[in-house]
Design a protein around this ligand. Structure first.
Ligand SMILES: Cc1cc2nc3c(=O)[nH]c(=O)nc-3n(C[C@H](O)[C@H](O)[C@H](O)COP(=O)(O)O)c2cc1C
Length: 194
């Protein structure tokens, strides 16, 4: 249990990767961890697409084509950060593989929401397990995850959506932990009936 807590604290979002190939066995381990996440009614609504090579490049290109116009014009991004962000947008830091996690979409809005929650739990299991395997990850869920072109490129059916695109590989950085907004949980927790 101490190891789980340590992994939770030490896992970091990695935005620069070594080119080294990731052994398939390690990727399978992270997928197994993801597959053991809790889910609504044990529906296990997640599915995974593991990509490398041209599929990694295609998804990166979809993101970059959007980001190259968006980032320079985004007023909330500090000017000095824009060049670095654009560079990162080219290939998500050079991860050799992506794991795309999709969830099922239902007619029932609540069921769909719970499906996304379950897929998110799977992603967290995956990222923690990757950390234990010596691998880095980043959870990408912005524009590129919602883009129709991404769906078509990855052959994702109409009844599924992307919960996260997870670049995965050996880290080529050791970033400091971004501070928590309320590390001592003075504001974020209400204890009722105590
Ligand atoms: C739902 C979600 C979406 C995210 N989207 C992105 C993203 O598009 N690009 C990115 O670089 N990081 C993304 N992140 C990573 C966060 O920026 C990161 O988790 C946060 O800064 C805290 O850093 P840490 O993971 O090292 O604790 C996302 C994380 C989550 C949970």
């Amino acid at each position: 249990m101490a190891e789980t807590f340590e992994a939770i604290l030490k896992r970091r979002t990695i935005r620069k990767y070594k080119k080294d190939e990731v052994p398939t066995e390690k990727i399978k381990k992270t997928l197994e961890a993801a597959n053991w996440a809790p889910s609504n009614g044990n529906s296990q609504p997640w599915e995974f697409i593991v990509t490398k090579g041209e599929y990694v490049d295609k998804v990166c290109n979809i993101f970059y084509n959007w980001a190259k116009d968006y980032i320079p014009n985004a007023p909330y991004i500090p000017t000095e950060k824009k060049a670095g962000m654009l560079e990162y947008a080219k290939d998500f830091g050079g991860a050799p593989n992506h794991i795309i996690v999709t969830y099922e979409v239902y007619d029932d809005e609540i069921k769909t929401e719970e499906s996304l929650m379950a897929a998110s739990a799977a992603i967290q299991n995956l990222t923690l397990s990757a950390y234990e395997e010596g691998l880095g990850t980043v959870w990408i869920a912005g524009h590129v995850a919602h883009e129709e072109e991404t769906r078509k490129t990855l052959n994702i059916p109409e009844n599924r959506k992307i919960a996260g695109i997870i670049p995965i590989g050996y880290p080529d950085m050791d970033p400091p932990a971004p501070p928590r907004v309320d590390p001592e949980l003075k504001e974020k927790v209400k204890w009722l009936g105590y």
